[in-house]
Design a protein around this ligand. Sequence first.
Ligand SMILES: Cc1cc2nc3c(=O)[nH]c(=O)nc-3n(C[C@H](O)[C@H](O)[C@H](O)COP(=O)(O)O)c2cc1C
Length: 210
Amino acid sequence: MSTELKMTAEQVMEARHSVRKYDPNATIPQGDLNEILRLAASAPSSWNLQHWRFLVVTDSAIKQKLLPIAYNQQQVVDAYATIIILGDLEAYKSARPVYDAALEKGYVTEQVRDTLIGQIEAAYKNNPEIARDEAIRNSSYAAMQLMLAAKAKGYDTCPMGGYDRDALIKELNIPSRYIPTLMLSLGKASEQAHPTARFGLDELVITNSF
Ligand SMILES: Cc1cc2nc3c(=O)[nH]c(=O)nc-3n(C[C@H](O)[C@H](O)[C@H](O)COP(=O)(O)O)c2cc1C
């Protein structure tokens, strides 16, 4: 009989916090890592173009090189994996494979496929601003899901925007098609996250209009 206790979605959301201290000896089985990445990739995306890619760094020597790039944030080396979330600036190139597969499965008709591909290509044509917004926006949903999936499986994460983007691109040979949107540590916590508070709904919610 399994003794695994599953957290509800609400419990996972409330339990997730940014952990900065990790057990450097703890590993994550490949099965768990794959499951976390698979769940992250189930995020929604505009036109289902799945703008995210996951650059998963587990090699100690490479993590060590990332340390100064991330302004010496120790979690980059101590956590089992440092994951760079990448956004696809050329996501329109995914339109055909995505919609050919959808057609094959009977999810769309040929006419719908062709219409959608036409829309996507028109939206991206000569519009680097759209490409960048879409890459960042959509890959961020996968990043959030990754953090929640990790928590649900008993691991912790820390999202990091504090890194030298140009140095990161250079060090990991990231092709110009992809933009790094977030760095994440993923591992077994050795110390709990420090508590943080949130604004109340009275400060956050605007009902109907300003
Ligand atoms: C886009 C983004 C960038 C962040 N950058 C860093 C970072 O570079 N280093 C760090 O320790 N935490 C970083 N954080 C974590 C935030 O400080 C943290 O999410 C916030 O204080 C709320 O705390 P909690 O995540 O523990 O609930 C970042 C979070 C986000 C969403």
